[in-house]
Design a protein around this ligand. Structure first.
Ligand code: ADP
Ligand code: MG
Length: 239
């Protein structure tokens, strides 16, 4: 059974149609990277999985359930975006607790999950600070922590590190990989236009161009056996 299954999906933006019946199967626990240049449809695909936009045709399945018409909050997913979007007046602890409070999670359970996420992300000493007292890298850790407390089976990341400088990006990349290993069965779908990020994070990479999947394969397969010239050029050449 696939953890995430995208079946023959088409998305319509007013006059524009994106994807011509796109399909993708992701296994439980897999780290999948959607890689491709700007405009190729990575965010659209991720948002369709998340339920942040409606699909015009086709279906989205998550953990064996057809979620095509379910609200994002009911899909068992957690999402991390490029910009941290933390609540500026709340402490780190409150930022991480907020979604759970809204969902009426009992207080002891909230505290347990926040403590565990904070420990995993090494932000426990920052829990009482406010976002303006944090560095960019720390803020993005909090944003990841906020997703982590949801205990979701599927994590969706949309270019979460692209606002950070190179050193922090490398550091957090390692952290995200370690997090995936420690969480065990959690499925991660990670969008990036950065080949190095894709190569180091992915179990499998989905290379996209102009809203079409060009190739799906392990980093090794994509690098050594590119399906076409586009894949060879995109994966081979640094930014
Ligand atoms: P990526 O994340 O790979 O940069 P997107 O998924 O954002 O690409 O965009 C894919 C295509 O869909 C692009 O051609 C883009 O112009 C179009 N698109 C995305 N969002 C909208 C929208 N809200 N309205 C119209 N077209 C959109
Ligand atoms: Mg995008």
């Amino acid at each position: 059974m696939s953890s995430v299954s995208v079946r023959d999906v088409t998305v319509a933006f007013e006059a524009v149609q994106v994807f011509d019946g796109l399909s993708l199967d992701i296994s439980e626990g897999e780290f999948i990277v959607l890689l491709g240049p700007s405009g190729c449809g990575k965010s659209t695909l991720l948002n369709a999985i998340a339920g942040l936009l409606d699909v015009a045709e086709g279906q989205i399945w998550i953990n064996g359930r057809n979620v095509t018409w379910e609200e994002p909050k009911d899909r068992g997913i957690a999402m991390v975006f490029q910009s941290y979007a933390l609540y500026p007046r709340m402490s780190v602890r409150e930022n991480m607790s907020f979604g759970l409070k809204m969902a009426k999670t009992p207080r002891p359970e909230i505290e347990k999950r926040v403590a565990k996420a904070a420990e995993l992300l090494q932000i426990a000493p920052l829990l009482d600070r406010r976002p303006d007292q944090l560095s960019g890298g720390q803020r993005q850790r909090v944003a990841i922590g906020r997703a982590l407390v949801r205990d979701a089976a599927v994590f969706l990341f949309d270019e979460p590190l692209s606002n950070l400088d190179a050193k922090l990006r490398n550091e957090l990349r390692v952290e995200i990989k370690r997090l995936h290993a420690r969480l065990g069965k959690t499925t991660m779908v990670y969008v990036t236009h950065d080949q190095i990020e894709a190569m180091t994070l992915a179990d499998r990479i989905v290379v996209m161009k102009e809203q079409k999947i060009q190739q799906i394969g392990t980093p090794d397969e994509i690098y050594h056996r590119p399906a076409n010239l586009f894949v060879a050029g995109f994966v081979g050449s640094p930014q």
